[in-house]
Design a protein around this ligand. Sequence first.
Ligand SMILES: Cc1cc2nc3c(=O)[nH]c(=O)nc-3n(C[C@H](O)[C@H](O)[C@H](O)COP(=O)(O)OP(=O)(O)OC[C@H]3O[C@@H](n4cnc5c(N)ncnc54)[C@H](O)[C@@H]3O)c2cc1C
Length: 389
Amino acid sequence: MLTAEHLEVRRLALDLARGEVRPHVEEWDRERRIPQGVFDAMAELGFLGMRVPEAHGGLGFDLPTYLMALEALAWGDASLGLGLAVHNGPVTRALDAYGSDAQKEAWLPRLASGDLLGAFAVAEGAAGGDLDSLAVRAVPAGDGAGWVLSGEKAWVTNGDRCGLLLVLARTGDEGDGLSAFLVPRDAPGVQVMGRERTMGFSAAEIVTIRFDQVALSPEALLGEEGDGHNVAADAASVGRLGVAAVALGIAQAAYEHALRYAGEREQFGRPLHDFGAIQEKLAGMAIRIAQARSLILHVAAAAEAEAPAEGIHPAGLRAQVAMAKVTASEAASWVADEAVQIYGGYGYMRDYPVERLMRDAKGTEIHEGSSELLRMWIALDAVGDSGLS
Ligand SMILES: Cc1cc2nc3c(=O)[nH]c(=O)nc-3n(C[C@H](O)[C@H](O)[C@H](O)COP(=O)(O)OP(=O)(O)OC[C@H]3O[C@@H](n4cnc5c(N)ncnc54)[C@H](O)[C@@H]3O)c2cc1C
């Protein structure tokens, strides 16, 4: 059930997106960067502390409020939305859920104020979703002096401008041999190797990072040694809902562009929106968006209450979050594709916004759990729930 507060936050975020973000999107996409001032402006309004508890200087939004604000900001610009989703999602969540009091005190207020941006480094060139194959390793420095981190992480969003990296690294060779570490971006030996040339999310800073014998204090370990799988799964579930909200923002933007264009463009002496084929597309787009938004908010409310939503099978939160993410990201790709089609030849041109949205949408089907892996987990949970396993 949406409250007046939810809607007010959404309105504020939309006003900001409309005034400060939308007018610059094409320029940011072309130049492949978002000026730091934009993140500073977001920080000023509290949007970098949306999920940081008020006790640590954040706004302490519940998940539905956060996701509505994120959708609105991603409607403004998906690359900005992605950066905010990583910062406010997995990084903040992991610290809040697994951090000691000292770790929370050290990092959360700085994340909330925008003094530091967060990044989440899991994937490597040889493995993304297959966590047991990760090779970046942290070895004890000896005498309880901390850890030494080595190896390379791929596709780290916010990876260069961030101040704090949440890194998943191998500390043992068995199944539970992964641990999570809080790594300052300016620690000696942390090197950004290069910026990826991505299909979409062009303005997002997606980079490869090498850890060259990075010395970490004992306080860098988040949770217990061997907790990495749990930290990553917990963090990724908030991250996954965040990417779903970004996808929804992309879909909503593509739909609005297409709706407007279909009213302006005339063929055969009538606006496009008079033709049945175009009406069918517009209706289909509206339906997919409404389905995705409903499911995201439903699952988000359940995740906030830490109890799976009733009446959805499979009954576990992992599967329900996965369903919301698959639904939203595939809706975004489909809606953006239809928007390009409605624009016709202009839709295929870089001068119009819908081709960018189509490129951005594709990334949401891959990042934070590819659709194939998420479907696999949904099916495994369904089989388990059915008593057939
Ligand atoms: C825009 C964007 C931003 C990103 N940002 C980050 C970030 O900030 N931090 C980070 O750590 N990573 C990030 N990534 C990386 C992303 O998380 C990985 O690309 C993703 O986890 C998939 O891993 P992979 O690329 O190694 O694909 P692979 O695991 O090699 O998979 C390749 C294909 O095979 C499928 N597949 C794999 N295993 C199975 C299976 N068992 N059954 C069926 N199909 C399977 C996959 O779904 C995919 O279609 C980002 C990626 C993108 C596109």
